[in-house]
Design a protein around this ligand. Structure first.
Ligand code: PEP
Length: 250
């Protein structure tokens, strides 16, 4: 059975003290139940957050990483740097990186290979824009993102990959995909994985939903058979809301 994962993407938010306090709160709330819990602070808060969750079951991840191992890449951070700090996961291909920063599937694929080679678990984000959903292009868009981002990734490597379906129109907007809308895409993603790899990969890969997940809608989303957890933005910035979402997945 797939173990649920609730991941908080803190984005470019919080002071160092706020990040450490939030991490302590999440550590205390995470318990030791059947749900994996992850927080992804900004790079500069990683070290403080990793110390703050020590002794709890909370894992820590980066919000991005670069694919080169070292050198003249101003502003970038390597997979070894994240691993050295104690990160276990890294978010890749978030819609803000795709649509604001302009990342391509090719770049995301390079980062994904580097992350896997370094022992980090990538959380690969895919999702359509509102106009693409309205033009009935959702599945074509996520298929093309999946194919491009997973190029040359083997079935064995997929054991360490998490996918997050995040419709862009639902991120930070308060508009959540209905459980039916989300489940439909998750089931289609699983079929794509079965075709691309095999049934074992399709059955084993965790597919998270992201887009305005909050305590009020988490239980209905988590009850869907192909939704294995959530990637949470806004509601991850408050320990009590995040704890309620964790409880909804358990
Ligand atoms: C996200 O940043 O991945 C996200 C889903 O944000 P929010 O929960 O705020 O929509």
């Amino acid at each position: 059975m797939r173990r649920p994962l609730i991941a908080g993407n803190w984005k470019m938010n919080l002071t160092r003290d706020e990040a450490v306090n939030l991490a302590r709160g999440v550590g205390a709330a995470a318990g030791d139940g059947e749900v994996d819990v992850l927080v992804c602070p900004t790079f500069v808060h990683l070290e403080g957050v990793i110390s703050a969750v020590e002794g709890s079951k909370v894992a820590v991840g980066g919000q991005d990483v670069y694919f080169e191992s070292n050198g003249a890449f101003t502003g970038e951070t390597s997979t070894a740097m994240l691993g050295d700090l104690g990160c276990q996961y890294v978010i890749l291909g978030h819609s803000e990186r795709r649509n604001v920063i302009g990342e391509s599937d090719k770049l995301i694929n390079q980062k994904l290979h580097a992350a896997l080679a370094a022992g980090l678990k990538p959380i690969l984000c895919v999702g359509e824009l509102l106009e693409q959903r309205e033009a009935n292009e959702t599945m074509a868009v996520v298929k093309s993102q999946l194919d491009g981002s997973l190029e040359n990734v083997t079935a064995e490597q997929m054991a360490n990959v998490v996918i997050a379906y995040e419709p862009v129109w639902a991120i930070g907007t308060g508009k959540t995909a209905s459980p039916e809308q989300a489940q439909e895409v998750h089931a289609d993603l699983r079929s794509l994985l079965a075709t691309r790899y095999n049934q074992e990969v399709s059955d084993g890969v965790r597919i998270l939903y992201g887009g305005s997940v909050k305590p009020a809608n988490a239980a209905d989303l988590m009850a869907c058979p192909d939704i294995d957890g959530a990637l949470v933005g806004g509601a991850a910035l408050k320990a009590d809301s995040f704890a309620e979402i964790i409880a909804a997945a358990g």
